[in-house]
Structures are given as C-alpha cells and as structure tokens.
Design a protein around this ligand. Structure first.
Ligand code: FMN
Ligand code: SF4
Length: 478
C-alpha cells in the first residue's frame, strides 16, 4: 500500500527476500548490533559516566516506544523497573505467543524476517545485562519455531550470539521454547510459569512483577516480537529519529492486522496515529463488500471493547493557539493510536481490527468470542472461571433460539462482576469487555433474540405436552 510506512516490514514481502542470514546481511543486517556494542562510556557533567548499555536503555526510553503486545506500556519504563541490584541473573523473554484472536502480525516477522527480531533481542539483552534469553512461541507455530531455530544457528555461526559476541566480551544464548497452545500462555506471568515447565497459571501482582520476581524468581523482561524489532530501529535511527515517526506519545510504526468483512484483509504497517480507523478499513483494507453497511468494529483484538458504527466521541485536541478543546469525532475519524482509542473507552491492544458489516448477527458474533474465552480461562479465579462459562452458555442459548428477554441484563450482571481487581490476571477484563460493550451497544438485538425465543416457546407450549418436555430439557437447566 502506498500509504504504508514500512519500517519493520520493509523487506518482508520484497521479491527475493528470504529468512536467510545472507539476505539479512545484504540489507544492513546486524549493523545496529555492531553500533550498539560500540557505544563507548559517556562522561556525565556530575563526573560520573554512563555505560553503553545504560545509554541504550536511555535511547529506548527517549524514543517513546510503547509495547506492541497489548497494554501499550512504555518499553523504556518497563526496563527501568528491572531489579539490577539483586545479584540474580536477569532474563529476557520474547513473547511470540500471538494468541489474541484477530492478530496475525508477529508471525509475519517470524516467518519472513526472523533475524530482525533476533537482532533487536540481542541489543535488548545487551542493554539489560541479560546472558540467557528465551523466545516463547505458541505451539501452533511449528514452522515459525523451525525458522527461528535455523536463524539462531546462523547467528551463532557468525558470532552474533554465543561467547564474546563480535569480540565485545559480551556472552548471550537464546533458546526457542514452544508452548502447547493455550491463550493464557501469552499473559506474561502465565508464560513464565509455562517456561518453567508448569501449567500456565498466571501469578498475582504484587508481588510477582516480572521485573523483580520473574523467571525462576529472577528479574525478567517480557517483550513482544514487534517491540523488540523496534529496538533495532531505535539504535539505527536514534531515539529522536524514531520519535519523528508517528505522533506525540504514540511514536514509531505499528503493524495492524485487519480482518473480517473487508475486501482486502491483511497486515498493514503505518505510523502510529497517522491513519484513522476509517482509512485503515476503507483505504488499506479495501472497504466493505458491495451494498453492505458497517455495523461494528473491534479495534484491538477480540478482548477490546467494540465500536458501533456511527458512534461519536469527544476527543481532547489543541486548537491553532495551543488551547485544549474538545472535538466531537466519529469512530471512523479516530486516529489509530493508543491514547485516542483509550479516550474512546477501548484500546488498540494487539493492533488487530475486526470489521463486521450489517450481515453480522451480533449475538452469534459475541457467542463465538465468549466461547473462546470460556475455553481459555485457566480456572484459578472463581469470577473468571465461572463467569466466562456462564456468559458463554447464556450467549449460546440466545444464539440458538433458546434464550430469554432478561438474558441481556443477566449477561451484564455477570460481566460487570468479573473485572476491576477481582481476578489474578487481566484475562478477567479480556473476557468481560466484549460482553459489556456488545450487550450495552446492541442491547435491542439481544433483547429481541430473547423475546423471539420466548414467544416461540410459549406458542409451542400451547401446541401440546411433547413441547413442554422439550423445554424442561433445555440447556438453561445447567
Ligand atoms: C490474557 C492475555 C493474553 C496475552 N497474550 C499476549 C500475546 O499473545 N502476545 C503478547 O505479546 N502479549 C500478550 N499479552 C500481554 C503480555 O502479558 C505482556 O504485557 C506483553 O508481552 C509485554 O510485551 P510488550 O511490553 O512488548 O507489549 C497478553 C496479556 C493477557 C492478559
Ligand atoms: S483471571 Fe482467569 S485466566 Fe487469569 S488467572 Fe484468573 S482464572 Fe486464570
């Protein structure tokens, strides 16, 4: 797409570009690592000095890079929380679980340009004094794991990994660890448990903040694939160069996965906040099919709160004189960035937009999403374990014509009682947000489905005793 600004995917789809190290080296591969390793200690005005790794950490902080895995937390700030005084080893884990429904960006990097991620990872490890790092890849990506293992062997053979990397005195080893295919393994503390060989039960924070008590109870950094790639570009371009891309507080580029009822579903890399949701859907993804109207948009992976077509939001903006004003903004005119989506009550999450047109049965769509969350809850917390299942059952019966008018309120009552600190991890929010937003924004459709089912049932009760028996055996009984 001409409107794209490909930084991370610059070469990924170029003709003849392969995942081989030779190809990567021909395109300035591992030059950023050489630059990072060559950062000399810098004298500070107070007479102290700043080491090369410290300077890299400062660059990453100054670049404004925000994590691309979901929460959009500042990468530099996350690194600054690492306990460097514990005397324990510091670990870094690349989160390549990519399991949020609708998201398919990390796998493009892993398959098409694995060395870019490995280079970003080595630089990040060097910056944080990490000697042992892991790539946690989801079980359903066997090809990705094979490509990564080959790429790591190539990097080792060239001394970009291993002992005394490029004569710098720095040692690092990276291992690939394959998950067994569970969504909760993408949650960083569940991932850490899984990497330790246990069931992926998330840990409670506090005290188990990975930066302090992570892998093997040692300080640990968990970063997404795309975040680690961005680190390489920050070193190449400098923090200021990177921050020129995107918009203030939303710097760099972002790979957006667009799926659903659009003509050209796919992944598109854009400067953060430079394209609106409408542009992404209509210009990049080709818009809706002929004769269809927009109904709903999930903006950040299936756990993000849904938008209804035509929704308006009040966004804070600066006028020509720099005064803060509120501007009414249609959902399609929202800039696709972390802050605008948060101001609109949702999130850009994993950067995955799912588009639904007017042919979508909204109850069925939510039933589908909720079934996924009910299946994936790890089961440690009662509100999440029971609530996700109750919501899924209620939605299934509604979608299958067995519901009740009150189901909409019943669903909201459950969904409102899961999030807000009642669960160990943010999965509680992830399973409730779709229900809260779908039911509140499309309530008439949920009520109508329940009412329709009730009137069909009362009509069939009048038809004789056999029908009554059928109702007694309806799934509501559980
Ligand atoms: C239920 C759940 C699933 C998650 N799945 C993923 C995932 O598949 N990939 C990912 O990078 N982050 C995922 N995250 C976010 C991670 O916990 C973590 O914040 C992220 O990997 C940090 O990387 P970043 O700071 O570079 O974004 C998930 C979070 C939750 C609560
Ligand atoms: S919120 Fe859900 S997924 Fe997270 S720990 Fe509790 S039960 Fe498990």
């Amino acid at each position: 797409m001409p409107q794209e600004n490909r930084l991370i995917l610059k070469f990924a789809d170029a003709p003849g570009y392969t995942s081989d190290i030779e190809c990567y080296l021909r395109n300035d591969g591992y030059e950023a690592l050489k630059k990072a390793l060559a950062f000399a200690p810098k004298a500070l005005p107070d007479g102290k000095s700043m080491s090369g790794p410290e300077q890299i950490r400062e660059e990453v902080k100054a670049s404004g890079l925000r994590g691309r895995g979901g929460a959009g937390f500042s990468c530099g700030l996350k690194w600054s929380f690492v306990d460097r005084k514990s005397g324990k080893p510091i670990y870094l884990i690349c989160n390549a679980d990519e399991s949020e429904p609708g998201t398919f960006k990390d796998r493009q990097i892993l398959h098409k340009d694995p060395h870019q991620m490995i280079e970003g990872m080595i630089i990040s490890c060097y910056a944080n004094d990490v000697k042992l790092a892991y790539i946690y890849i989801r079980g359903e990506f066997p090809e990705g794991a094979r490509i990564l293992n080959r790429a790591l062997a190539e990097a080792r053979a060239r001394n970009f990994l291993g002992k005394n990397i490029l004569g710098s005195g720095y040692d690092l080893e990276i291992h690939v660890h394959r998950g067994a295919g569970a969504y909760i393994c993408g949650e960083e503390t569940g991932l850490i448990e899984s990497l330790e060989g246990k069931r992926a039960y998330p840990r409670i924070k506090p005290p188990y903040f990975p930066a302090i008590l992570g892998l093997y109870m040692c300080p640990t950094i968990v970063n997404n694939v795309e975040t680690l790639c961005a680190v390489k570009h920050i070193i190449t371009m400098g923090a200021a160069g990177f921050a020129k891309l995107g918009t203030p507080n939303n710097t760099g580029t972002r790979i957006v996965s667009i799926s659903g009822q659009v003509r050209k579903p796919g992944y598109y890399e854009v400067e953060v906040g430079k394209a609106t949701i409408g542009e992404l859907i209509n210009d990049f993804a080709g818009g809706l099919r002929e004769g269809r109207k927009l109904k709903a948009i999930i903006p950040g992976g299936s756990s993000a709160k849904v938008f209804k077509a035509g929704e308006k939001f009040k966004l804070k903006r600066k006028d020509a004189e720099g005064k803060e004003i509120e501007v009414e903004t249609d959902v399609l005119d929202l800039p696709y960035d972390f802050d605008s989506l948060m101001a609109a009550g949702t999130m850009s999450g994993s950067g995955a937009i799912i588009v639904m047109d007017d042919s979508t049965d909204i109850v069925e769509a939510l039933a589908n999403i909720s079934e996924f969350y009910a299946h994936e809850s790890c089961g440690q917390c009662t509100p999440c374990r029971e609530g996700s299942l109750w919501m899924s059952k209620a939605l299934n019966r509604l979608a299958h014509g067995e519901g009740r008018k009150e189901d909409a309120d019943y669903l909201l009552r459950i969904a409102d009682n899961i999030p807000g600190g009642r669960t160990i991890c943010a999965f509680g929010e992830a399973c409730s947000w779709p229900v809260q937003s779908f039911v509140r924004k499309f309530k008439d459709e949920f009520v109508a489905k329940g009412a329709e089912a009730e009137s069909r049932r009362s009509a069939s009760i009048g038809a004789g005793p056999r029908s009554e028996m059928k109702i007694a055996a309806s799934p509501r009984s559980d």
